[in-house]
Write a protein that binds this ligand. Structure first.
Ligand code: NAD
Length: 481
């Protein structure tokens, strides 16, 4: 197929590069000329593991091109994927569709008969109809289809997610568009059983409902973590204990500094707004948003309390700034609210992130200082705070870190280090949702013993039930970790 992708952000670039690798002729378009210039020089404006290599491969094979002229590119293509940003409108939280409609107006005059416009951006229910109306009004005689094909990739493992998705959702009202899209994905090796074909409106809502649900899981476990701290229980054990129930599942039950990123906050806000608009209040989502906002504030209080109740005059090292590991995306990252609160409280903030510093600079207070390594950022600090779960922090040289710091206080907002180990090394260790007893090792042993007693070889997670293989002790240990 000849494919145009409009919007070369996280979704557009990954989509374009993967389609090109699958043998299609793809041109990615963006209004931001500086991005297109970079891409045409072989540089990639975002960090996503494996993406640079995939783009380089596509360019070498001349299967992947970049342009800032959407109209010229749309001429003669079989499909146009709209992957532009749909940010929140600050005033009311609804999705701003200006980019989407601008792109539609730009491509409409160039579309050929039989072509398909596919909305990959996350858009409110009914947007597909609006796009269809808009094109019809500009090209009354054009024979075309508009499909909804929301994207579920996760930043940090976007390529893998795109090529091996849990599901592909296709919302259409034409058999022709459905066939073309099923064919496009199944030729990439995606099993037809993973395709959810539905109406366009349901497809649009699936994306919001999915993100709303995942945000709810995070907010839920964060509140359970708060309760754990009060009642001297360990949130990791609680998460494991509920997560092994296949009706609940293990994912997204990691307590932390609250959800952020380019999707959950804005999509939850848009879902709440849509509920209000349509007279079906999303009370759970509204509570999730309130809970998450509160959490971002309470994390700063936690750091203050751990630092002896006073931030003024203290130096705090923030290790990790991006909203999660594996990405340079700083949109709505918890580190932003945290840095602001720490600075407001009178602390000096020294920060490090392996890939996110350039994107963090314009978003964090001007007085934050940035360092090239975690150890440098911790120099003279009275507390080091792990904000993002970067792999390198799991292996940080704790002895050197301690020597660099003014006081050995480590606040682990991602629960990635071992309390026992840190305590043995002389640190004061403060995690999220951890009571003081029993120790992690003891909890792990108890856990393994109790799971393996009656059910060894028969207890299975949902995935294992499907495969009919027994869970191993090693798997249980990994799960426990
Ligand atoms: N980032 C993710 O992990 C993710 C995952 C799933 C879905 N989504 C959704 O996909 C959409 C895109 O997200 P993203 O993170 O890739 O956004 P992004 O901000 O990284 O990229 C969007 C790109 O669109 C470009 N653009 C804006 N208006 C344009 C126009 N009229 N013509 C051409 N280009 C235009 C921008 O310059 C920008 O480069 C959003 O709706 C988002 O909610 C994102």
């Amino acid at each position: 197929m000849r494919i145009a992708i409009i919007g070369t952000g996280y979704v557009g670039l990954v989509t374009g590069a993967c389609f090109a690798q699958a043998g299609h002729r793809v041109t990615c378009v963006d209004v931001d000329r500086s991005k297109i210039d970079l891409l045409n020089k072989g540089q990639v404006p975002i960090y996503e593991p494996g993406l640079s290599e995939l783009i380089a491969q596509g360019r070498r094979r001349r299967a992947l091109n970049f342009s800032s002229d959407a109209r010229a590119v749309a001429k003669g293509v079989d499909a146009v994927f709209l992957a532009v940003g749909t940010p929140s409108i600050v005033e009311d939280g609804s999705a701003d569709l200006t980019n989407l409609y601008d792109a539609t107006r730009e491509i409409a005059p160039a579309l050929r008969d039989g072509c398909m416009v596919v909305i990959k951006s996350t858009v409110p229910v009914g947007t597909g109809e609006e796009v269809q109306r808009l094109i019809q009004s500009l090209r009354p005689d054009l024979d075309f289809d508009v499909a909804s094909n929301p994207e579920f990739l996760r930043a940090g493992c976007a390529i893998e997610d795109f090529k091996m998705p849990d599901r592909v959702v296709i919302g259409v009202d034409s058999e022709r568009a459905l066939d073309a899209l099923i064919c496009l994905y199944c030729e990439m090796g995606i099993e037809p059983t993973r395709v959810v074909a539905t109406q366009r409106r349901a497809a649009e809502l699936i994306k919001y409902a999915a993100n709303g649900f995942l945000a709810t899981k995070i907010a839920f476990i964060n509140e359970i973590a708060d309760l754990c701290e009060k009642v001297d229980a360990r949130v990791g054990d609680v998460a494991l204990g509920i997560g092994l129930d296949c009706r609940i599942g293990r994912h997204f039950l990691n307590a932390g500094p609250g959800f952020g990123g380019s999707c959950f906050p804005k999509d939850a806000r848009a879902l709440a707004k849509a509920g209000k608009e349509h007279g079906a209040p999303m009370r759970i989502i509204e509570a999730v948003l309130a809970s998450n906002d509160m959490r971002k504030r309470s994390i700063a209080d936690k750091i203050q309390a751990a630092s002896g109740g006073e931030l003024r005059g203290k130096t705090i090292a923030l290790l990790g700034l991006t909203f999660k590991a594996g990405t340079d995306d700083m949109r709505d990252a918890p580190s932003i609210a945290l840095a602001e609160a720490l600075v407001k409280g009178g602390a000096t903030v020294q920060a490090y992130d392996p890939v996110g510093i350039e994107r963090a600079r314009p978003l964090l207070p001007d007085c934050v200082r940035y360092y090239r390594t975690a150890l440098d950022a911790a120099q003279g600090a009275s507390a080091a705070v792990i904000v993002t779960e970067w792999e390198e922090f799991r292996h940080i040289d704790l002895a050197r870190l301690k020597r660099k710091m003014a006081a050995p206080l480590l606040i682990d907002l991602r629960n990635i280090l071992s309390e026992e180990h840190l305590t043995r090394m002389g640190y004061k260790y403060c995690a999220v949702g951890n009571g003081t007893s029993p120790s992690p090792e003891r909890a792990l042993q108890v856990g393994i013993r109790s799971w393996s007693k009656p059910q060894v070889g028969t207890y299975r997670t949902k995935a294992e039930t499907t495969k009919r293989t027994p869970i191993s002790v090693e798997q249980k240990i990994v799960a426990a970790e």
